[in-house]
Write a protein that binds this ligand. Structure first.
Ligand code: SAM
Length: 286
């Protein structure tokens, strides 16, 4: 059983201890669910018998930017890794809802005024996937923690999701909120570069594309004319792309959006509509 904790749960357990209680209602999966956990002089007694000492919980409580995996022996490990492929550092970052992923310290999910799960839902709505159909195939170009793939898979027949870096997948495997990415029968995961993998798909084979790339500075290829032409090719008539960009009302978001819209139109998407609430644009293949 995967047990993960952040400062939120550690502080809750420490407060329960201070008030002299012997049990505490606690989430062991970063806020997804809550269970009753016993405590004694030494620390928390977790399901399965692992003991996490109070000293270790103090450590977790002090680390506001990290999530920790609890080992079978009660040891704690930061959920983080270094990627030999991209030479970047990946880690899981706690929020009030689903955790975010940091790549070299940069959040890959929206965490200001929202949280990653709500952010994923707004992308799904913008892509018109809330009323998807069992015959729909969806392409999710950037897996990350799998939140958009997981939500898309709730209505679509099949979701194909691509992740460049095995390190990101390694983080997702340790994230309780990502479990469906590995369990859903209708999610197909591919490790590779979307800019290359997309060429392998048949023309008009997807009903929707969710394009949620890192920033332009980190992944310029995924903002290129060549990539947009490929998205147009693999999308069926009437299909849509949701392209995440960033806050369209900010100076930098607006600047990137202007280039994105121009290149999407050149690639054949006659209609490109801003979706400010989802921090991106929708491009329709008519
Ligand atoms: C913004 S996150 C995606 C978040 C994701 N939609 C979710 O719901 O968790 C971007 C992800 O794209 C990955 N990535 C970067 N370049 C890529 C590429 N060329 N092809 C596929 N994935 C890429 C990054 O490693 C990162 O995990």
């Amino acid at each position: 059983m995967l047990i993960a904790l952040s400062f939120v749960q550690a502080r809750r357990a420490l407060a329960a201890r201070r008030s002299g209680r012997s049990r505490v209602a606690l989430s062991l999966d970063l806020g997804l669910s809550v269970v009753e956990v016993e405590m004694d002089e030494a620390g928390l007694i977790l399901p399965g018998g692992a003991h996490v000492t109070w000293a270790r919980l103090e450590e977790v409580a002090a680390a506001e930017s990290s999530c920790f995996r609890v080992e079978a022996d009660g040891g704690i490990r930061k959920i983080q890794t270094f990627s030999p492929l991209t030479q970047r550092h990946y880690s899981l970052y706690p929020t009030a809802g689903a955790p975010a992923m940091l790549v070299s310290g940069l959040p890959m999910h929206r965490i200001k005024d929202t949280e990653p799960q709500r952010d994923a839902l707004s992308k799904i709505r913008a892509a018109g996937l809330s009323q998807g159909g069992a015959e729909w195939r969806v392409l999710d170009t950037c897996t990350g923690l799998g939140y958009t793939a997981i939500e898309a898979a709730k209505t679509a027949g099949e979701v194909v999701t691509i992740e460049l870096d095995p390190a990101a997948q390694e983080i997702a495997r340790q994230n309780p909120w990502s479990w469906r990415l590995f369990a859903a029968a209708n999610i197909r995961q591919i490790i590779g570069d979307s800019a290359e993998v997309i060429a392998q798909f048949e023309a008009a084979s997807f009903a929707r594309i969710i394009h949620d790339p890192p920033t332009f500075a980190l992944a310029g290829d995924l903002y290129s004319s060549a990539f947009y032409h490929e998205m147009w090719r693999v999308l069926r008539l009437g299909g849509r792309v949701f392209h995440y960009i960033g806050d369209l009302d900010s100076k930098s978001g607006n600047r990137v959006a202007r280039g994105v819209v121009e290149r999407l139109q050149q690639a054949g998407f006659a209609r490109v509509l801003p979706r400010n609430e989802a921090f991106g644009v929708v491009a329709i293949k008519e």
